[in-house]
Design a protein around this ligand. Structure first.
Ligand code: KIV
Ligand code: ZN
Length: 540
């Protein structure tokens, strides 16, 4: 390296380095408490238990299961989690009042490992307007309740609520008093998501200077809200400054704009362990499953572009990016999606995709095309991509199936015109070509597809009988491909035809012509008994 040249940060894939950092960050998950405070996200006790069991699989260190004093249901839910989830520490939230502490004691009775989490606001605005208590009274209240709680709980966590807006010296004083009274963890909440990373890191360093047991004998935790979209950044800054526990929720759900995201924090620590120099014990491969479960049970949809767990988080749409990822995944991917339990990176094929990405996907789907076939399939793909924004594997399969099962096109569709108005019989005019000769016919029908099929029959005169018609959407979305499958019977011959298009009438016509061309290909065996099948009506 030349003198003065800045050292490049380690690229993402370097984080897979073998030597594990020594400093562990404890993950305190509050999905079931603060997360459940998300408007509209309430969970039944059974649902809470399901999530807690999954959090245990994820290897979370502490699960805050709820606020037992808030309701009978909440008490029941926390008790169920405490009785059945044995590996993590189970925590209950409590105000600084004996009734709440007692509710936690009862709810956590059966826990293998338990923690009481008591909170008391310390900022001036909360002291003056909410609690109507002065600084001395706040300290006395905290000390008295922590001391008494320690008789029933070996682990007591204290949170000076709205810590980030509390006068620094007073905050350090309250923390000192809490530690002296027996608090085993001190949590510094940015209750209203007000702080910024540099400021929060400085606050953490200041508190450690004033109370050196923080982050060592006493756990130093942080709890950040996302009102300015900084919850994860603030949490990481605090960890870097010396905090050794972080409070977070799955999918970042929580009060107002939510809490710091478990998956973002855990993956940032893992991906940038070269810089963060710490680790968590979270089982990364369970992240996706946990995210999906929480989204499903809370009904809170994960936005597609959410980091780590969003649907698009590992999709590459640009042709340049796809080409890069195919040559070396790490060109555009800093995490391996397999780590979090996904199948792998996804190249979102669309109109920007190049031939390289297309041919790789074709092979992956099990199709072995010659160069000429590939060129032809690529052209079809591009035509479809102009109509449809993204091409899914199912769309591709439909194109490729057509490609590999090609038969001589005796009858070719030249044009079709369908009129279908409410209250009027649908009509269709179809133009077909056969060996260069164009024929046209019109017909009405019970539905637009029936009208098309009758018009085709007027031209083709095949006498084939339609015995099956099936329509399904190949992919989701309003621009989905429709796939039509038909069965035609002629004598004892039964042939299947398939057609796909974003227009279902066109797909129907293509399917019919496909089957018709198969029928035409077969030598007609007139002597054989005719099929027992009868024509079925299509009213699509
Ligand atoms: O945001 C907050 O301050 C809290 C406390 C109870 C820790 O959720
Ligand atoms: Zn909170």
């Amino acid at each position: 390296m030349k003198t003065g040249e800045a050292q490049a940060p380690n690229p993402g894939f370097m984080s897979d380095m073998k030597n594990k950092p020594k400093r562990k960050i404890h993950i305190f998950d509050t999905t079931l408490r603060d997360g459940e405070q998300s408007p509209g996200a309430s969970l039944t006790p059974d649902e809470k238990l399901k999530i807690a069991i999954q959090l245990e699989r994820l290897n979370i260190d502490v699960i805050e299961a709820g606020f037992p004093a808030s309701s009978e249901g909440e008490m029941k839910a926390v008790a169920m989690v405490a009785a059945q989830v044995r590996k993590p520490v189970i925590c209950g939230l409590s105000r600084m009042i004996p009734r709440d502490i007692d509710a936690c004691r009862r709810a956590l009775e059966k826990a293998a490992k338990k923690r009481l989490h008591v909170f008391l606001a310390t900022s001036q605005i909360h002291r003056d307007f909410k609690l109507k208590k002065n600084k001395r009274e706040i300290i006395e209240m905290a000390v008295k309740n922590i001391r008494s709680a320690r008789k029933d709980f070996r682990q007591v966590e204290f949170s000076p609520e709205d810590a980030s807006r509390t006068e620094r010296n007073f905050l350090a004083e309250v923390v000192r008093a809490a530690i002296d009274a027996g608090a085993t963890s001190v949590n510094i909440p940015d209750t209203v998501g007000y702080t910024v990373p540099q400021e929060f890191a400085e606050l953490i360093r200041f508190l450690i200077r004033k109370n050196p047991e923080l982050g060592k004998q006493v756990v130093l935790s942080v709890h950040c809200h996302n009102d300015l979209g900084l919850a994860t950044a603030n949490s990481l800054a605090a960890i870097h400054a010396g905090a050794n526990q972080v409070e977070c929720t799955v999918n970042a759900i929580g009060e107002r704009a939510g809490n710091a995201s478990m998956e973002e924090i855990v993956m940032a620590i893992n991906t940038r362990r070269d810089f963060m120099k710490c680790y968590t014990d979270v089982k990364l491969s369970e992240i996706m499953k946990t995210s999906r479960l929480v989204s499903h049970l809370t009904g809170m949809v994960v936005q597609p572009n959410r980091a780590i767990v969003g649907r698009n988080a590992f999709w590459h749409a640009s042709g340049i990016h796809q080409d890069g990822v195919l040559k070396k995944r790490q060109t555009y991917e800093i995490m391996n999606p397999k780590k979090i339990g996904l199948a792998g990176s996804q190249l979102m094929l669309g109109k920007l995709s190049g031939k390289h990405a297309f041919s790789v996907r074709v092979k992956k789907l099990g199709f072995n095309l010659s160069a000429a076939e590939l060129d032809e399939a690529f052209l079809k793909f591009k035509t479809l991509a102009d109509k449809k924004k993204y091409i899914f594997d199912e769309d591709l399969e439909a194109i490729l199936q057509d490609q590999v099962s090609q038969i001589p096109e005796t009858w070719k569709l030249v044009s079709m015109k369908v009129i279908s108005e409410t209250g009027q019989m649908p009509s269709a005019t179809i133009k077909l070509s056969r060996h260069g000769e164009i024929s046209e016919a019109s017909s009405t029908g019970d539905g637009p597809v029936d009208a098309c099929y009758k018009a085709i029959e007027k031209i083709a005169q095949s006498k084939a009988q339609l015995v099956h018609y099936g329509l399904q959407s190949v992919t989701g979305g309003k621009d989905a491909l429709g796939e039509v499958v038909v069965k035609l019977v002629l004598g004892t011959k039964e042939v299947t035809g398939r057609g796909t298009s974003t227009d279902i009438i066109e797909a129907s016509v293509r399917a019919y012509l496909f089957a018709l061309n198969k029928v035409c290909q077969e030598p007609k065996r007139a002597q054989e008994p005719s099929s027992p099948c009868t024509r079925i009506d299509v009213r699509v």
